[in-house]
Write a protein that binds this ligand. Structure first.
Ligand code: GLA
Ligand code: ZN
Length: 670
């Protein structure tokens, strides 16, 4: 499967901003030579070019871009062409202030910055449509152009009068009547009942902030708004050439929108990956970013593109540190291992001014091509060429699926319970993921949409599935009934899709499947000590969150060590139908989860990328029959491989006693 059929190769390159260098034709000329030297084959162009493309309303200036694209094409460099809607020209903001966003404090922004347009404004949508159409007419058939990059990092929401009206309309369509809205939002609380649609405003710290159901709806509305905006851009460019595919670049840990939903509106997912390597624990970072990659693969259940990453460092983290030798190749190939068809950077050449003048780039202010960073980048380009046989190879269908659902995440984050603002859903999902990732087990992510199909998975993990929507409990029940293994945790099945508590006990509709009911739930202070004590005596400390269970027939595998609920089950297993359901009532540390999942992996004989035991921090990931062996441990490692392989990167035979340098990576094939 290729999303760039005009150029079905691993893409290597990055954001290229020639518009910042138009007065330096010598530099533009040199760029192409240097790209060739760096084994760069593709750049993303035009992301923030609107002011140059349309210097006056309705007056387009494409000559400079014609030259840039032709020059690149002559040099054998392909182009991912962006629509420029991520930032608008000053004249537009001045003439049509409605294109500017109104923030949560109900303040209209002035011209400046980026990613801050109103998603509703008919003027903005029209202007975007016009420039997108003009770009498509001019370039969609250019042989260099292989993909559309829609806007940039869509994000945020707007509370202008136009958006408020759109919000009310969306609510009318969803609820049909104000009575139904009042019911689903539980507005009898604090006398917040609405008696006329015109009273309903967007949630805001200046107004309504206490109706959590409303907040969750606001996030759904914002997702829908962004999706319609994005799909209008897609329709505009594909009206000219339907065969040229569209992507939008997504972000890590992103919260504003539901990416499963948004991804439905694009042809291929791409994303921008910026791990803070060497900030303390590279193994934890690697697990987190492996999870991000697997999420991106899962959103559309197909390969994805790494659209941005830094060749060296960023300039916006609290501390900006360079990648240590080896890490650039290692982290780039991590993306490939998990399904990427590209390694792209922000950015090709460092600009001379502005907020990003110190952001890492392939070419620094010194303009040299003999730097450490340039050599690292070149090595990635060469590696991708050697890995080309894997280009079309998808990741095998995983046998494990983690339920990760944005509606659930919003509901948890808005809920005022436990340790408010510290329920850490994303991190919790990541901890569960990490335990199996380190064993080399492939993992898919699924959410609670109707299309989710759990059949075929040996293990389904539902960490903190606080909200059940779309009757998902029925899906889980049938899955276990038919022979599946489910692991569910504390704080699951508490609210319905309107964020209203289920009456009659939690996890809703699952207590007979799990053989246990959650009777009470509490948060622990950091100094509180308790533990999960397994039947065989192993002891795993628990922290932050704990539930007191009422056993309903499940077999206790481990019990609470202390406090007034000492001896009550903390980890249980229950046979149901042909399958089994585990329930974890409290939050263990990583070691505890690792042990629980190691037991499960061997019990279920989950497929692993490599059969061999690897040192801590050395991880194996399988794609297309190749095993990406990655050393995140921060030191050299030695281990024994039972099979005989060839490293695709070096062509060398690898077997038996094997040494891997710090930040080393190998791609093993049989
Ligand atoms: C984001 C943006 C880029 C750039 C980088 C810097 O990913 O999309 O335009 O600002 O961050 O890391
Ligand atoms: Zn608006």
């Amino acid at each position: 499967m290729s999303f760039t059929p005009r150029f079905p190769m691993f893409l290597h390159g990055g954001d290229y901003n020639p518009d910042q260098w138009l007065d330096r034709p010598d530099i533009l000329e040199r760029d192409v030579e240097m790209m060739q030297k760096a084994h760069v084959n593709c750049v993303s162009v035009g992301i923030f070019s609107w002011a140059l493309l349309e210097p006056e309303e309705g007056v387009y200036n494409f000559e400079w871009l014609d030259e840039v694209i032709d020059r690149l094409w002559k040099g054998g460099i392909h182009v991912i062409l962006a629509t420029p809607s991520g930032a608008r020209p000053a004249w537009m903001a001045q003439k049509y202030p409605e294109v500017l966003r109104v923030d949560e404090h109900l303040q209209r922004h002035h011209f400046g910055e980026r990613h801050n347009h109103c998603l509703t404004s008919p003027v903005y949508r029209q202007k975007v449509h016009d420039i997108d159409t003009a770009l498509a007419r001019r370039y969609a058939h250019h042989p260099a152009v292989i993909l559309w990059h829609l806007s940039n990092e869509y994000s945020g929401d707007c509370r202008c009068p136009l958006c408020q009206e759109k919000w009310r309309q969306w609510l009318k369509d969803k609820y049909g009547s104000l009575d139904e809205l009042n019911r689903c939002w539980w507005t009898s609380f604090w006398s917040h009942r609405y008696t006329d649609w015109s009273q309903v405003e967007a949630p805001s710290p200046m107004g309504e902030g206490s109706i959590t159901s409303m907040w969750v709806d606001w996030r759904r509305f914002s997702t829908w708004q962004c999706k319609t905006f994005m799909m209008a851009e897609k329709a505009a460019v594909q009206a000219v050439d339907p065969s040229l595919k569209c992507t939008a670049n997504l972000m890590e840990r992103f919260w504003d929108y539901d990416y499963f939903d948004l991804a439905e509106g694009m042809d291929v997912v791409s994303w921008d990956s910026y791990p803070a390597w060497h900030s303390g624990d590279d193994v934890a970072k690697a697990a987190e970013f492996a999870m991000n990659h697997d999420l991106m693969r899962s959103y559309k259940d197909q390969p994805f593109l790494l659209m941005e990453s830094t060749p060296s460092l960023v300039n916006w983290k609290p501390i900006n540190k360079l990648k240590r030798p080896g890490m650039h190749l290692l982290s780039s190939l991590q993306a490939v291992a998990h399904g990427s068809q590209s390694v792209m950077y922000f950015q090709w050449r460092k600009g001379r001014g502005g907020a990003e003048m110190f952001h890492g780039a392939v070419v620094d202010h010194d303009g040299r091509d003999d730097t450490r960073v340039f050599r690292d980048v070149t090595a990635v380009g060469q590696a991708l060429e050697r890995l080309q046989p894997l280009y079309d190879a998808p990741n095998a269908r995983a046998k494990v699926c983690i339920i990760y659902d944005m509606n659930n995440r919003w509901a948890i984050d808005y809920a005022q319970t436990g340790m408010p603002k510290n329920m850490r859903y994303f991190d919790t999902v990541c901890m569960h993921y990490r335990s199996l990732w380190k064993l080399g087990v492939s993992i898919d992510f699924r959410d609670m949409r109707d299309c989710t199909d759990l059949s075929g998975y040996q293990l389904v993990i539902a960490p903190m599935l606080f909200m059940f929507r779309g009757g998902f409990e029925e899906k889980l029940r049938s899955y276990v009934q038919a022979g599946g293994t489910l692991l569910m945790t504390y704080f699951s099945g508490v609210v319905d899709e309107h964020d209203l508590a289920f009456l009659g006990g939690a996890p809703h509709g699952m207590t007979d499947v799990l053989g246990v009911r959650s009777a009470e739930f509490e948060a622990l202070y950091p100094q509180d000590q308790n533990a999960l004590v397994m039947k065989d005596g192993r002891r795993f400390p628990i922290h932050e969150l704990a539930e007191i269970p009422e056993p309903l027939g499940a077999e206790p595998l481990g019990v609470y060590e202390s406090d007034f609920y000492a001896g009550l089950p903390c980890l249980t297993r229950h046979a149901f139908g042909q399958g089994q359901a585990y329930y974890l009532a409290a939050k263990p540390e990583q070691e505890g989860l690792d042990a629980i999942y190691a037991d499960l992996a061997s019990q279920l004989a989950l497929p692993r990328a490599l059969p061999d035991a690897l040192p801590e921090g050395v991880v194996a990931t399988e794609r297309g029959g190749a095993v990406f062996l990655q050393n995140y441990s921060g030191k050299e490692q030695r281990f024994t491989l039972s099979g005989a392989y060839t490293d695709l990167l070096t062509g060398q035979a690898v077997s038996g006693d094997t040494a891997m340098p710090e930040n080393g990576v190998m791609v093993l094939t049989k």
